[in-house]
Design a protein around this ligand. Structure first.
Ligand code: ZN
Length: 327
């Protein structure tokens, strides 16, 4: 993995390359930002560059013994820690600490990547903190997190934090059209990119998911939701309540639909629409919905999302939501 292969994270990559150039590498990094935007790839590229036997400037060569072992996960000085179950457990951090004490076997550094550092439980976070406070000279730890607020502030303050921004729709769309296993037609790529919230992995996941069809159906129903049609309204609530797994995603998509309507009502250019395939329905919808109704509806959706995460009765929440949204 090289820095050149990472899409759309120029400021983060520039910062890391500069640190390498100046020989000012931190003992601990914290890469943070939403999932699916290149944090782990960047961590691997950095690890590879640090231990490469014949680096090309600050890039790893990709061909030396060290690079090949890093790629195949067999380098004795490189470890990737992922959650075991719901958390990263203390045994995993204890074992990491034991490894980091020793001098590297083959490389310049012993390097550890901890993915999902926001899933460190209390004990494992405290255990890691001790290593971050007194890092061995030859160790580098790269933490990755989607939500920096879930980490102990004392951990955050011991790391060099590097922000990874959501990818632009153009970057995601270009990737979906040109690379990867499936090459998507431009229109589908643009739709997936705008629904992805800036996460490439989410865009790819959505492509294969029945959610895309559900989004279409539910958005169309939402746009024309009418109190005259109580039967349909209750049926929609019942159907969605039965889709526990997909429900948070569907509600998030409904928000994008209301957002699109609001943007169109405010006269914004249609290229800013997320649900591009529903363009005509949306234009028609702007005749039924006022700005005030749309803003109020977005508030209602946020409240419904929160009530659902608190495990209140899904069907009741949804019935109540749709009754209030309909007009
Ligand atoms: Zn190399």
């Amino acid at each position: 993995m090289s820095f050149a292969e990472i899409l759309g994270q120029e400021p983060a990559i520039k910062f890391l390359k500069n640190s390498l150039k100046r020989g000012k590498v931190a003992h601990a990094y914290l890469f943070y930002g939403i999932e699916g935007i290149g944090k782990e790839k960047t961590a691997r590229a950095l690890a590879q560059a640090l231990n490469c036997l014949s680096p090309q400037g600050v890039e790893a060569c990709g061909e030396c013994r060290s690079c090949l072992k890093m790629e195949s996960g067999t380098h004795p000085d490189f470890v990737v820690i992922k959650p075991s179950g719901a958390f990263i457990r203390i045994e995993q951090i204890r074992s990491l600490k034991r490894q980091l004490i020793y001098k590297p076997l083959e490389g310049r550094y012993r390097i550890a990547i901890i993915t999902n550092a926001d899933l460190l439980n209390k004990e494992s976070a405290n255990c890691l903190l001790k290593t971050l406070e007194e890092p061995p000279d030859t160790s580098i730890i790269i933490l990755m997190a989607t939500d920096i607020n879930e980490l102990l502030p004392t951990i955050v303050s011991r790391c060099q934090a590097v922000l990874f921004r959501p990818l632009s729709p153009a970057v995601i769309s270009e990737y979906l059209c040109s690379y990867g296993d499936n090459k998507f037609p431009p229109e589908q790529a643009a739709l997936l990119a705008s629904l992805s919230g800036g996460s490439l992995s989410r865009a790819i996941r959505l492509a294969d998911s029945p959610l895309m069809e559900m989004r279409r159906d539910v958005c169309i129903q939402l746009i024309s939701l009418s109190r005259q049609d109580m039967e349909n309204l209750l049926l929609l609530a019942e159907n969605l309540a039965g889709r526990k797994e997909e429900l948070p995603e569907v509600l998030a998509m409904l928000k994008t639909c209301l957002r699109d309507l609001l943007f169109l009502r405010q006269g914004l250019d249609e290229r800013y629409i997320i649900n591009k395939d529903l363009r005509e329905m949306l234009f028609e919808g702007t005749r039924r919905w006022t700005e005030k109704q749309l803003i109020h509806s977005l508030d209602l959706l946020y409240s419904a999302e929160q009530a659902i995460t608190r495990n209140y009765n899904r069907q009741l929440i949804l019935e109540n939501l749709f009754l209030q949204l309909a007009h």
